[in-house]
Design a protein. Structure first.
Length: 478
């Protein structure tokens, strides 16, 4: 598979094209230092075979932010260095930190915007990013990633919503690019040209009057001109349309742009890759071979392989899917895709991040802080002698499914077959009941349930049931 071919990223050779994008764990303390829980989380990704691991966003400054990693002081380097060594000792995965600057926010809903920054404060930000990359190199990272996406400082300068009126202003594209251009120049002065520095930025802001892929292509070209090692594309996640809850710090993933950033189960698979493909084609047409990564609800190995094999993108980022099952790369490589613990995009992890609670996956065994080990020695779960006894009842526009509990079950995947024969995993649950609210009357739908152990070992599928909602009596309403 092309997905498991190596790739030279500005001198950093990643062993395959599967990337763990930065995903905040909230496992650090208020001090922002590396601890055992954080180390275990990222070593687990290395054990699973990811090619590139991007460590969760770590701040380049000292602003209060709750449990968030830091790279803002030389005292942070030893712990980060230990983390890197543990990952390198575990596998040939490459590892980079995502470094971030964020502006102030409060529980009242007030937030600092880029036009409130003085020129001296902007100068300090430039230095802070440069110093953070120096620390990343000192810690032994294979490179670094600038966080210029979502609701954070660098992205806010790039945004069409940038309200500044000076050389950094939003009225012109060059004004919006001015800060990150200065940051790159400062990084190169401090660490030279042989340390790979990639950029995470937005392919579409998904806010009113925000920029779209048309601007993203131009931004990508400038970043390539600046020597970015790779371009990692995301979307949305902005404060401009966030829903503020009284008494809580605003969370930029609560509005429509947040939905687009971390699409839930009702979105189609791979909804954003076409933007990354456009950016890649654009910069290639201008003579740059900068690798391009995409992300966004990519969980099916066939989709991941297609994106890379067709040349649409060079790297596939899988955040929630690899949180659910860090062994996704190894299982795909070994032809064991049927053992993958499939993310159901319930977004419990997103909610935990937003409330500054430790981020886990709802599909893990109860009480687990890390994904379970890939223990092949355990037996697959089994139904009792009565079997699954899957039954379905129809009423009030929905189908309600119930089945028997299976011994050793960690989760149940509900498979739905639509009238055209298309089979999909409709959901994954730990309980023995589920409801389907998305049915069209008059159409037959078939269901069966598969039971899985914690490491993805599957048992015998349940019996199959078929349901059909009755057509509404429209004549009675006329």
């Amino acid at each position: 598979m092309k997905l498991f071919e190596s790739l030279n990223v500005a001198g950093m050779v990643i062993p395959n094209r599967v990337m763990v994008p930065a995903m905040v764990t909230r496992l650090s303390g208020e001090d922002g230092l590396v601890n055992k829980d954080i180390t275990d989380r990222y070593v687990r990704y290395a054990q699973g075979g990811a090619g590139l691991i991007v460590i969760e966003a770590m701040a380049v400054h000292h602003a209060k932010s709750g449990p968030l990693l830091r790279i803002s002081d030389d005292r942070d380097v030893p712990g980060l260095g230990d983390l890197v060594r543990r990952i390198h000792d575990t596998s040939d995965s490459k590892v980079v930190p995502q470094i971030i600057h964020f502006l102030k926010i409060s529980k009242s809903g007030w937030r600092q915007t880029v036009d409130m920054l003085s020129l001296a404060e902007i100068d300090r930000i430039v230095e802070e990013f440069g110093d953070a990359v120096v620390r990343a190199r000192a810690a032994g990272f294979d490179g670094a990633e600038l966080h210029s996406a979502h609701a954070y400082t660098l992205a806010s300068f790039l945004s069409r919503a940038n309200p500044r009126k000076d050389d950094y202003g939003g009225d012109t594209l060059e004004g919006r690019l001015h800060l990150i251009t200065r940051i790159f120049a400062n990084i190169r002065r401090k660490v030279g040209n042989d340390f790979p520095v990639g950029v995470r930025y937005l392919a579409d802001e998904f806010i009113k009057d925000g920029y779209t892929v048309n601007d993203a292509k131009l931004i990508g070209l400038r970043l390539a001109q600046l020597g970015a090692a790779y371009l990692s594309l995301s979307v949305g996640g902005k404060f401009e349309d966030a829903i503020h809850v009284a008494g809580q710090v605003p969370y930029p993933y609560t509005g429509y742009s947040g939905d687009r950033c971390m699409p839930g189960d009702w979105y189609p698979a791979v909804p954003h890759a076409q933007f990354s493909a456009e950016v890649k084609a654009f910069i290639r047409a201008h003579g740059f071979n900068t690798p391009v990564a995409t992300a966004g609800k990519i969980s099916d190995p066939g989709d991941a392989e297609r994106l890379v094999a067709t040349g649409a993108v060079d790297i596939v980022g899988i955040a929630r899917g690899l949180l659910a099952d860090p062994d996704w790369p190894n299982k795909v490589r070994h032809g064991e895709a049927d053992r993958i613990v499939k993310c159901d995009y319930c977004n419990v992890c997103k909610h935990l991040d937003g409330t500054h609670m430790r981020v886990i996956c709802a599909l893990w065994p109860q009480g687990s802080l890390q994904a379970p080990p890939d223990d092949r020695s355990t037996q697959a779960p089994r139904w009792s002698a009565d079997g699954a006894n899957l039954v379905a009842t129809v009423g009030q526009g929905k189908a309600a499914l119930k089945w028997n509990k299976a011994a050793g079950a960690a989760r149940y995947d509900i498979f739905r077959t639509d009238p055209l024969g298309h089979v999909e995993v409709a959901d994954a649950v730990k309980v023995t009941r589920w409801e389907d609210h998305n049915l069209l009357a008059g159409m037959p739908y078939r269901y069966h349930v598969c039971v899985y152990g914690a490491a993805g070992q599957g048992g015998v599928p349940s019996n199959t049931v078929t349901v059909s909602l009755p057509m509404p009596d429209v004549s009675a309403r006329a």
